[in-house]
Write a new protein. Sequence first.
Length: 346
Amino acid sequence: MSSTEDLDYPQIILQYNHGFLVSKVMFTACELGVFDLLLESGEPLSSDVIAAHLGTSTMGMERLLDACVGLKLLAVELTQEGALYRNTEISNIYLTKSSPKSQYHIMMYYSNTVYLCWHYLADAVREGGNQYERAFGISSKDPFGAMYRSEEEMMKFMAGQNSVWSICGRDVLAAFDLSPFTQICDLGGGGGALAQECVSLYPNSTVTIYDLPKVVQVAKEQFIPPEERRIAFHEGDFFNDSIPEAELYILSKILHDWDDDKCRQLLGKVHKACKPGGGVLLVESLLNEDKSGPLETQLYSINMLVQTEGKERTAAGYSKLLEAAGFGEVQVKRTGKVYDAVLGRK
C-alpha cells in the first residue's frame, strides 16, 4: 500500500486552505490605505516610501505588497533603486475609496464584523442560529438590532451595501422592464444606492425608501443628496408598521434574512398594500434548483446562518413564497452576476 506521502495533494484543497489568507491580504491592504496612497501619488513607490507614509514597518509592508503583486492587485517594476509598486486597473477601480465602484466599505465590513461571526461557524451549524452573542456579547434574538448595535456599525453596513449596488444594481433593475411602474417603494432600502440606480435607469419613476427611523436619518444625512427630489423616505418597521401604497415594491436582499414564516408575513402585507396591476421585485442570489451551486450563493447561505434568521433559496422557493402571498405571473431572470431578479404581479 502506498503511504499518504505518495498521494497527490489536491490543488483545489490547497486553494481553499489559502482562501482565508488571500482575503485577509486584500482587506489589510485596503485598511492600511495602500491602494489609495498609490492612486494619489500618481507614480510607482518603493516599499520604504509606502511604509513611511502609512506608518508601518518596512519589512511587513514589503511582504504585504509582494503578496498583492501575486494576487494581481499591484504591479511591480524592478529598477536600479529597487522595487517600485503601482496599482493595477482592478485595484484602482474596486479597491480605492474614491472610485464610484469602490468595494472598500463592504470589504471592511467583512473583515471587521462578518469574519468575527464566522469564527463560530461550527457553533452555528450545531445550534442552527446566528452568532452575535458569541462574537460581540450581545443578544442574537433581533439580528438587525445586533447588526445596528452602534451608529458606527450601522454606517459600515449601509456603506457596504451601497458599494455592492454600485456594481450590481443596474443589472438587477434592468432584468425586467420596470418603466410601467412609476411609484416604487424600496423596502429596507438602507443607504439608497439601489434607489439611486432605479431613478437613473427609470427617470419617470419616484422611489420611496422604507426603513427604520435611524437608518432613514443616516441615509438622508450621508448618502442621498438633498437635491434628489425623486427619492423620498418613509420611516417604519415593515413587520410591525403599515406599508405605504405603491405600484412596485423592491425587496433587495430582504427575504434571505428571514425564515419562511416571516417571509410569508411580509409578502402578505406587501400584497395587501400593492396597487392592482402592481408587483414586487425580489433581488436575491439564487441557488440552483438542485442546490449544487453557485458556490457564492452557497457561501452566502452559510453567512445567513451565522448572521441572520434566514437562508438563500432557489427560484422555485421564492416563487412559492410569492404565490402563497397572492402574487402571480412570477418570472425569474438570472443576470449572470451575483444577484438575480424575481418579479411577481398582483
